[in-house]
Design a protein around this ligand. Structure first.
Ligand code: NAP
Ligand code: ZN
Length: 358
């Protein structure tokens, strides 16, 4: 067994303000990495700049991170951070700005290298990263993963380097500004992290503690999520479940629903959570070990796998897949030994194609 979680996590109301000293301890001049709009609207950006000001730190803002961030945007932000002599990075937003901030922190620390270094298997330094999540889905605030869009390959791919944020500052008040689509997509992403991390081959006793507790928490708000009646308490629970999912996948990685989602997102524009949810029901239904499957369903509060699949069907709208996409996507997984090694049982095109019907 192994357990490694170097991120210092604080989660409470007015968290950024209360932990301004921890934020300021990361450097003198921050590169704030965020999306175009939401961090201005939900108050997270002003909380961060107020905290930096209170600690006499300076900052520059890069606010052009798109959903499913591209390598091109990462390089543009890194150039801005280098020019402005920034020495730490703060990612504010959903998984897109948080993932981007990790790759940007690596590129700033290695100014002589081009973007190819992101996918090289070598040890490299990076600037310290702080994460201020404003969605509760990806868990990126506590994972070492950074998933970027590679246009030349028409898909998304995790960079080769593991970069944990030094600090995660979480305040669930930001979540209340999410649209229904973002809420549902991020909730399903967390559900996929928790479920996949419990069922993949690399799961162990420690990682399963986080997966199963996260699933139990997820089950507590599932009815209100479906009925669009989320309370302030539900958002708190969702944040906890999200972080537990992040801690679990930091140890186990993800399984087939995530692997299959990347090409789907690229080709259909489906959000990350919806693309993962597309095959999550099938993944659970055709999972071979009935005891582990029952653990997942019991923790969530579903009596049968059919109930689980029906719930997902009601919650998300599955995208239309263009001709040939499914076959290409499945083939890319079957031919990837690392992906196949995540599954403890036999898998082939025929079995995986059954996922489509769920
Ligand atoms: P996102 O792409 O970061 O954001 C989706 C949308 O939600 C954007 O339009 C964003 O607006 C908006 N938004 C964010 N927070 C908001 C708030 N509090 N109120 C209102 N709107 C808000 O979505 P995400 O699902 O969190 O992240 C998905 C990305 O994370 C994908 O690239 C995925 O591959 C990655 N991911 C990473 C990990 C990991 O372990 N590192 C795990 C799973 C997924 P703005 O653009 O204006 O900010
Ligand atoms: Zn995910």
């Amino acid at each position: 067994m192994k357990f490694y979680m170097p991120t210092k996590i604080f989660s409470e109301s007015d968290c950024v303000k209360k932990h301004s000293k921890e934020l300021a301890s990361l450097g003198q001049r921050a590169l704030i990495v965020t999306g175009r709009h939401s961090s201005r609207l939900n108050g997270s950006l002003s909380d961060v700049t107020d905290a930096l000001e209170a600690e006499n730190r300076t900052w520059v803002i890069f606010d052009e991170i798109e959903e499913n961030p591209s390598i091109e945007t990462v390089m543009k932000a890194a150039a801005a951070g280098l020019k402005e002599k920034t020495d730490f990075v703060i990612g504010i937003g959903g998984g897109s700005p948080m993932d981007a901030s990790k790759a940007i922190a690596m590129m700033i620390a290695n100014p002589d290298r081009d973007e190819s270094v992101l996918y090289e298997n070598i040890e490299l330094d990076h600037l310290p990263v702080a994460a201020v999540p404003t969605t509760a889905g990806t868990g990126s605030e506590v994972t070492p993963w950074s998933i970027l869009t590679i246009h030349s390959q028409r898909t998304k791919k995790s960079i080769s380097h593991k970069i944990f944020p030094e600090l995660a500052l979480m305040d669930s008040k930001y979540l209340m500004a999410m649209s229904r689509n973002t809420l549902v997509s991020t909730a399903v992403d967390t559900l996929a992290h928790l479920t996949e991390s419990y069922l993949v081959k690399s799961a162990d006793k420690y990682s399963r503690i986080f997966s199963i507790e996260g699933l139990r928490l997820w089950g507590q708000f599932k009815k209100n999520l479906l009925e669009d009646k989320m309370t302030a308490g539900d958002y708190d629970t969702m944040f906890e479940a999200c972080t537990m999912g992040g801690i679990a996948i930091a140890h186990t990685g993800t399984g087939f629903p995530h692997a299959l989602s990347y090409m789907m997102t690229y080709e259909t524009g489906a959000s990350h959570g919806v693309a993962c949810g597309y095959t999550l029901g099938g993944f659970v239904k055709y999972y071979v070990d009935q005891n582990l499957k029952k653990d997942v369903l019991d923790a969530l509060g579903f009596e049968t796998v059919q109930d689980f699949c029906r719930y997902l069907e009601q919650l998300i709208h599955k995208p239309e897949l263009p001709d040939g996409l499914w076959t290409k996507d499945v083939a890319s997984i079957i031919q990837n030994p690392k992906r196949m090694a995540s599954y403890p049982f036999e898998m082939n095109e025929e079995i995986m194609s059954k996922y489509l019907a769920e």
